[in-house]
Design a protein around this ligand. Structure first.
Ligand code: PMP
Length: 304
């Protein structure tokens, strides 16, 4: 999806003009995929633009860095404030936000320990990732021929830039085959997640989502959706799913910051009732929650 530039990008402590946010071709992370990043959204609320679960996202960024033994030269709170400053500088009522911490220019070779860490934060307007009608019409999913890397290959709990080689291979394969998104199975053949979303599938009226051990990222939308589901009296179980569980499920949706809550209408051409009744309720409530319109979830919205 094309990027619409905004005015400024935060780089190592200051806001620089969009076109000047450049790096050297010998930047370490560009060669080895060792960066860590986040994908966050700010929404328009009656208190002005507010970033959805900003602190949770920045804590996950720091956890990704810990897994990589990367020392981000700022505190969580400093990056939280920097995100707010960057969003404010755009003047946008809502936007997508991309914080990135990379090993910078100055060292080569696989040892990251001597490398300096550069941090940037960019924002731009970004629509629904899986399409505007993903909630109502649903998306077509394909089980990927690519296997999700396991915990001892590329740590799936860390949102590293390199991990997305696996996701990109799967995404492009699915798109070229005429599907909207790919489902990743782990080396044991169990469902882990999509290329950029977590999965929920209903079995016997219970919403099942795969455990982190299955190779999924700890999704913040997954966590929000679980709370919303409980608050609506829907049972949620964290349990393994096989591809056949998906083929015969009663309803299914995928969720992530970019995709929000998107209904699924088929998996490998097995039709799934769509949008399912729980999916509809959860998608609607999530859309209200992120905009600060639900009192009990207001603390999730962090005004800039
Ligand atoms: N899994 C992967 C692989 C992702 O890239 C994302 C998006 N960050 C998610 C799940 C969903 O995470 P979140 O809800 O925190 O955006």
């Amino acid at each position: 999806m094309p990027i619409t530039p905004t005015d400024k990008i935060w780089m190592n402590g200051e806001l620089v003009p969009w076109d000047e946010a450049r790096i050297h071709v010998l930047t370490h992370t560009l060669h080895y995929g060792t960066g860590v990043f986040e994908g966050i959204r700010a929404y328009e609320t009656d208190r002005g633009p507010a970033v959805f679960r900003l602190t949770d996202h920045i804590e996950r960024l720091f956890n990704s860095a810990r897994i990589m033994l990367m020392e981000i030269p700022y505190t969580v709170d400093e990056i939280v404030q920097a995100v707010k400053e960057t969003v404010r500088s755009t003047g946008l009522p809502s936007c997508y936000i991309r914080p990135l911490a990379i090993y910078g220019y100055g060292e080569m070779g696989l040892n990251t320990l001597p490398c300096k860490v550069d941090v940037s934060i960019a924002c731009w307007p970004w629509g629904a990732y899986l399409g505007d009608d993903a909630v109502t019409k649903g998306v077509r999913m394909k089980v990927s021929s690519w296997t999700r890397h396991d915990h001892n290959t590329m740590p799936p709990l860390a949102k590293t830039t390199g991990n997305y080689v696996n996701s990109s291979l799967a995404k492009v394969e699915a798109l070229k085959a005429g599907y909207d998104e790919a489902i990743m199975l782990n080396p044991e053949g169990l469902v882990s997640e999509c290329t950029g979303e977590n999965i929920f599938a209903a079995r016997n009226g219970i919403l099942v989502t795969p455990p982190l051990a299955a190779g999924a990222l700890p999704g913040i939308t997954q966590d929000s959706v679980t709370t919303i589901a409980h608050d609506h009296g829907f049972e949620v179980s964290v349990d393994n799913l096989s591809r056949s569980d998906l083929y015969i499920c009663e309803e299914m949706f995928v969720c992530g910051t970019a995709a929000e809550v998107s209904a699924v209408n088929s998996v490998d051409d097995r039709v799934i009732p769509c949008p399912g009744p729980m999916t509809e309720v959860i998608a609607r409530e999530y859309a209200h929650a992120v905009r600060g319109q639900v009192d009990k979830y207001k603390e999730w919205c962090e005004p800039v």
